[in-house]
Design a protein around this ligand. Structure first.
Ligand SMILES: Cc1cc2nc3c(=O)[nH]c(=O)nc-3n(C[C@H](O)[C@H](O)[C@H](O)COP(=O)(O)OP(=O)(O)OC[C@H]3O[C@@H](n4cnc5c(N)ncnc54)[C@H](O)[C@@H]3O)c2cc1C
Length: 352
């Protein structure tokens, strides 16, 4: 009787882990995914508040690579992504100016997390499970979760995690991969939200339907002294009209590093204050009805290797452990998807 193909465990159901899972499954290889969060998506995160769904991770994504373009085309066809924003602004010392470039940006609809939910379809995923240890047994691997429960056996384990989290799991078993993880720095980022009872006041000479604004850095000051980098209006995103006015406010990485241990409420107040300071003279922002912030300890990779081919070899070990995630390619949703997709393809080729 032919053997059933061996199962691969994937720790982390962010976009990289999901893309890897889909690639393996497309080759007929069984996978089981584990994520410590309540749902898939990782940094493609949307928080559901009482009157609003606010994106606290990626705000949009762009497409450069042909394989990712093909994937995105299926999402577009299914209606889970849409172009956004079409009213993007930049605020600087000289005021607000429409920001135009040739990049097409897309967002999940009706929430950013729609993308990861779509990618998770058909995959076996256990949520609320934090994997704390790996245990080798003969040729197999077992995963031990936060309750001491064991999951396995698995022929292969993919760590689709921010590199510092992967490093901790790898250290006892695969020092060379753990060292590779150490070289990939993930920088932190604060992301806040503010909800309002009424729509924001119109801004003179700015489109009433403005959707997002980038805050240009002031070159005369250190970035660590400039809290805010990006603001989006959640109710001006596809599928969210009528949910009530709310803003997502993303901090600069340098400022986040300098204020990492600050409490969430004071961070949210500071980011909102920084936004107020960018409003044209005479415009008053109402008091928010809800305000809060999320700290991403590992938001954006700073150092990443160049060259996927070399990279893939360096993030697989002969004993069945391998790595994917944005840190192995670059700081974008597309990088995360590609790292997982290419790893899945490579593991499928190894298994054939
Ligand atoms: C604030 C912010 C703004 C961003 N803006 C943009 C943008 O505008 N455009 C863009 O393209 N990109 C943006 N990004 C980057 C983009 O979100 C990431 O590159 C991408 O989502 C990373 O996906 P990933 O799968 O590599 O990692 P993650 O999404 O971090 O997935 C890792 C998963 O592992 C899980 N996990 C961790 N440890 C364990 C464990 N021990 N056991 C089980 N599960 C575990 C986590 O819960 C998580 O779901 C932004 C990121 C942040 C934080």
């Amino acid at each position: 009787m032919p053997h059933a193909p061996a199962t691969t465990a994937i720790i982390g159901a962010g976009i990289a882990g999901l893309a890897c899972g889909q690639a393996l499954q497309a080759h007929g290889l069984p996978v089981r995914l584990f994520d410590k969060a309540r749902g898939p998506g990782g940094r493609l995160s949307t928080r559901r508040l009482e009157h609003a769904a606010v994106d606290l991770g990626a705000q949009f994504f762009s497409v450069r690579d042909p394989a990712f373009r093909r994937q995105v085309a299926t999402w577009r066809e299914a209606g889970v992504v849409a172009p956004w924003p079409d009213s993007l602004w930049e605020a600087s010392e000289s005021g607000w100016h429409r920001y135009r470039d040739k990049v097409e940006r897309l967002i999940g609809a009706p929430r950013m997390s729609a993308v990861s939910r779509r990618l998770a379809e058909g995959l076996t995923l256990a949520t609320g499970i934090r994997i704390e240890r790996l245990e080798p047994r003969g040729d197999d691997w077992w995963l031990i979760d936060q309750h001491g429960e064991r999951h396995g056996p698995f022929a292969r384990v993919v760590l689709a995690l921010p590199s510092p989290q992967a490093q901790a799991l790898l250290e006892p078993h695969e020092p060379s991969l753990a060292t590779a993880c150490e070289a990939v720095i993930q920088r932190p980022c604060w992301a806040a939200w503010a909800c309002f009872e009424a729509p924001l006041p119109d801004l003179p000479e700015v489109d009433d339907d403005w959707q997002a604004v980038r805050l240009a850095p002031d070159p005369t000051r250190s970035p660590a002294e400039q809290p805010l980098r990006f603001v989006s209006r959640n109710d001006h995103k596809p599928g969210r009209h009528g949910q009530g006015e709310s803003l997502s406010l993303l901090a600069r990485l340098e400022w986040s590093e300098a204020h990492l241990e600050r409490n969430a409420e004071s961070v949210a107040r500071r980011l909102l204050e920084a936004f107020r300071a960018q409003l044209p003279a005479g415009v008053t922002l109402p008091e928010p009805t809800s305000l809060g912030a999320h700290r991403w300890r590992y938001a954006q990779p700073d150092v990443f290797a160049s060259g996927e081919a070399v990279n893939l070899d360096h993030r697989r070990s002969p004993n069945g452990l391998s790595l994917c995630g944005d840190g192995w390619r670059g700081p974008r949703v597309e990088d995360a998807w590609l790292s997982g997709h290419h790893l899945g393809e490579a593991l499928a080729a190894d298994a054939s």
